[in-house]
Design a protein around this ligand. Structure first.
Ligand SMILES: Nc1nc2c(ncn2[C@@H]2O[C@H](COP(=O)(O)OP(=O)(O)O)[C@@H](O)[C@H]2O)c(=O)[nH]1
Ligand SMILES: [Mg+2]
Length: 427
């Protein structure tokens, strides 16, 4: 296997930047930069020099043995001063060495998978962890990265292997009249796993939302104060507000965190019969996005009645409470009712992620659905008695294989390119 290197931290000026080198030649290659390398996991300061003896930087050098690094290979990390010139010089020196090459995006993590340092769900979770912007995303990604989904699948796998082998033993000894009825034990094991798989399956939607975020649309007539509300919630002037009706035409998006959840707030054109062609397009967009949004906040004028059908969770508020004196209304000018509105949005969305489990992706959903369906079939076959045990056992094996694919034990080569394509260079 090649030895690879890459900048592991972000590009640009920083206090510290990390360059990682991994593979069989990592130690040798790096010792040409920093003289003798420190003992494994004994951090030491070293002076890095180029071929001509010119000092490139003074860096912390971390050395990991095979089997004890992130990738599972011999690894060296240089913690450099985070200057663009230093990075360029060090990467140039490494690039000039014949025995090592620049890593592909995600290649370090791919090696971690190949060396069984991580299972496939952990690899995905690592990508999510790096993308995480909110508390809920961090928690979710960290739980899976710590191995929770993999452990769950392992436990199911053991139960299913037990069930399949009980059936297979019965088949093998069918002629010898072993008078044991395994069907109760098998049925209990299959039902237990199936109910747990189904519970995870039911939580995929919610978990997926934590990962990808919610859209909350502010909807209402022109001039009711939608853009002003967006700005108050965002804490900045993201949208233009004015006393002229029809000011907002495009959909304006602001990303924020509410109750720890990732939320994209949408400000839209006011709904009315418009003559202006551009405003008309804006209004159509407003309707479309509001339709697709996870949650809608309807802003009403003091005397307005709502004439749309509400969806579960939709929120209604009157605006400009400072003018009308309505204590129930919100006011973008004074801040009245804004905290309560945010709290209500947060509670509504939090309720929707309550059922979230560890499975967060379409890939997981598919594996669970197929695994569960195979168990369903196996349970039905069980009712026909021992003469169907062979095909029942085969269905249990199908289920095991589906779940194994989830953690990357089998059938995953074709998946890997897709999964690793989301990684950045140096990870
Ligand atoms: N007094 C008062 N004026 C507001 C409030 N919210 C918005 N406005 C004003 O109402 C007008 C329309 O607001 P805007 O946010 O552009 O409404 P939009 O068309 O629904 O986006 C602007 O002149 C705002 O300054 C409020 O809470 N109190
Ligand atoms: Mg507006």
């Amino acid at each position: 296997m090649d030895t690879i290197f890459a900048l592991a931290s972000a590009v640009g000026k920083a206090g510290v930047s990390v360059v990682r080198v991994s593979g069989p030649s990592a130690w040798d290659a790096c010792s040409r930069l920093c003289g003798d390398i420190p003992a494994p996991r004994r951090t030491a300061l070293r002076r890095l020099t180029d071929g001509a003896g010119q000092i490139l930087d003074e860096a912390l050098v971390l050395v990991f043995e095979e089997g004890k690094s992130f990738t599972g290979e011999r690894t060296v990390e240089f913690h450099l001063h985070g200057s663009i010139a230093i990075l360029r010089a060090v990467l140039r020196e490494l690039g000039a060495m014949d025995e090592i090459r620049q890593a592909e995006p995600g290649e370090f993590t791919r090696r971690a998978l190949e060396h069984d340092r991580l299972d496939l769900t952990q690899v995905e979770a690592l990508a999510d962890l790096i993308e995480a912007e909110t508390e809920s995303q961090r928690n979710q990604a960290m739980t899976v990265f710590a191995g929770a989904l993999g452990q769950k699948v392992e436990a199911w796998r053991e139960d299913l292997i037990f069930a399949a082998s009980l059936l297979e033993v019965t088949i093998d000894f069918a002629d010898e009249e072993v008078p044991v009825d395994v069907s109760d034990d098998v049925r209990a094991a299959l039902l237990k796993v199936k109910s747990e798989v189904d519970r995870e399956l039911a939580g995929v939607d919610a978990a997926e939302r934590i990962r990808s975020g919610f859209e909350v649309a502010i909807v209402g007539r022109p001039n009711v104060g939608k853009s002003s509300l967006l700005n108050v919630l965002a804490g900045r002037d993201a949208a233009i507000t004015s006393e002229y009706a029809g000011t907002t035409r495009d959909v304006i998006e602001v990303r924020m965190e509410i109750a720890g959840l990732p939320v994209t707030l949408l400000d839209t054109a006011g709904l009315r019969e418009a003559a202006d062609p551009v405003e008309k397009i804006g209004i159509q967009r407003a309707r479309d996005r509001a339709e697709l949004a996870d949650l809608r906040v309807f802003l009403l004028e003091a005397d307005e009645t709502l004439d749309v059908s509400l969806r579960d969770g939709d929120i209604i508020r009157r605006s400009k409470g400072d003018l009308s004196g309505d204590a129930e209304a919100i006011s973008a000018s004074t801040g009245q009712g804004i905290d309560a509105l945010v709290a209500q949005i947060g509670e509504t969305l939090s309720e929707r992620v309550q059922s979230s489990g560890l499975a967060t992706r379409e890939r997981h959903r598919l594996a669970f659905a197929e695994g569960s369906a195979a168990l369903e079939t196996a349970l039905e076959l069980l009712d026909f008695g021992p003469e169907r045990y062979d095909i029942a056992a085969e269905e249990v094996r199908v289920s095991i294989r589906r779940l194994e694919a989830l953690i990357g034990r089998v059938d995953v080569e074709n998946l890997l390119d897709k999964i690793f394509s989301s990684f950045c260079l140096g990870k």
